[in-house]
Design a protein around this ligand. Structure first.
Ligand SMILES: [Cu+2]
Length: 143
């Protein structure tokens, strides 16, 4: 049989991009605190079980936030410095809702998105849309 020149292990393929994937599990203490209860995968850092911790994410990473406090009880939103919604679980619309590169996916209590350069340049904090005191900063770093 003639060789077509194609194979699954083509040595001319470019190096695969480094993919960072992490998941951050959140819960709540009443209506005043989010806490991060677990982090898995790569690229996310936060103080575990501390009230409203700063969360650090790597630009270009794809992140899943598992909101065990309940997306309907404590909707997790991400905002810019003007406290305007960029994306999140509340019903109001966000700037990045339809951004194909951020590729936001909602599933029950989870929200997954890619931290694009553009999103990273805007991202400032997270907040519960019902309880403004449930709020912490998000910092972004280069890979
Ligand atoms: Cu809340």
């Amino acid at each position: 049989m003639a060789c077509t020149g194609n194979s699954d292990a083509n040595s001319d393929d470019p190096e695969p991009e480094i993919v960072i994937e992490g998941s951050i599990t959140m819960d709540n203490n009443g209506a005043s605190e989010y806490v991060v209860t677990a982090i898995t995968g790569d690229g996310a850092e936060a103080s575990i079980n501390s009230p409203n911790p700063e969360i650090t994410l790597v630009i270009g990473g794809r992140y899943t936030f598992i909101n065990n406090s309940g997306a309907s009880s404590h909707p997790l939103d991400f905002r810019n410095e003007d406290r305007t919604k960029l994306l999140g679980q509340s019903r109001s619309s966000g700037f990045f809702d339809d951004d194909p590169d951020a590729e936001i996916i909602f599933e029950e209590d989870t929200i997954t998105f890619t931290l694009t350069e553009q999103l990273a340049s805007e991202l400032f904090d997270y907040v519960c849309s019902f309880h403004p005191g449930m709020n912490g900063s998000v910092s972004v770093i280069q890979n």
